[in-house]
Design a binder for this molecule. Sequence first.
Ligand code: SF4
Length: 297
Amino acid sequence: MSYLEQCRLCPRECGAVRQSGHRGLCGAEKSLRVARAALHFWEEPCISGQTGSGTVFFSGCPLGCRFCQNHDISARCFGKDISVQRLAEIFLELQQQGANNVNLVSPTQYVPQIIEALDLAKPELKIPVVYNTGGYERVETLRMLEGYVDIWLPDAKYADPKRAGDYSNAANYPEVAFAAIAEMLRQEGDPEFDQNGMMRRGVIVRHLVMPGGMQDSFRVLEELANLRQKQHFLLSLMSQYTPYRRDETYPELNRRVSSYEYRRVCEYAQELGFEGFQQERSSAKEEYTPDFDLTGV
Ligand code: SF4
């Protein structure tokens, strides 16, 4: 827990003295806070399967994406403070409910507590652990998780520092995120699946196609293609971008991505030889964002 004395867990490195109750830029304080722990059926098919992924939504977030769909928990840090022991119980309860994996959503700011909880749960936890992140991660923090995480599920949001600065207040996102993905690939081998097609280990990189962001999506894919030369991973191209609220500063964010934009990005991914997943554009978008009502906490 000494990590919380002057927190540098994420690339913000804000140095918050969380141990004394100070709040970091991510919104987190000393305590471990969770907004929901429940089966979730709208991840990639090899993550959700028939019985669902055991998602644990952590409160707070190191990124500040202005279009975030989980605004209540990311920016407002809604959730309930729980103990490390309780988090370990939650992991096992999700396994008991039939979850294909424990899916840690936005976990960065609680990595030390999560490691403690995984140590407690380890003797009984048989399902893989998924680390589901916006991609804004320090390599040093990811190294703490080596041997604890089986499946890395990072976003690769931007290649353009200006867009990263404008939309997520993180102009260094591209260099940070691609270095983080390289570290995740170093820790994992090729993707592995069980007899039912469920992922046991590996890396899936997600990219959300954004309105007006097609050229940057192409650059993201090119960066990822470079990384793939060293280690295989799957690519998940997402079309679910939905305006969270009217944005007066960046009006280009006030619409959904067009069919043309999404199709062109998918075509380019195919040209580059990526394997993975695409989303139905007609998919019901509300389902991707569950109610944050402390279910299962
Ligand atoms: S995880 Fe939160 S408290 Fe820690 S460095 Fe990042 S923003 Fe600051």
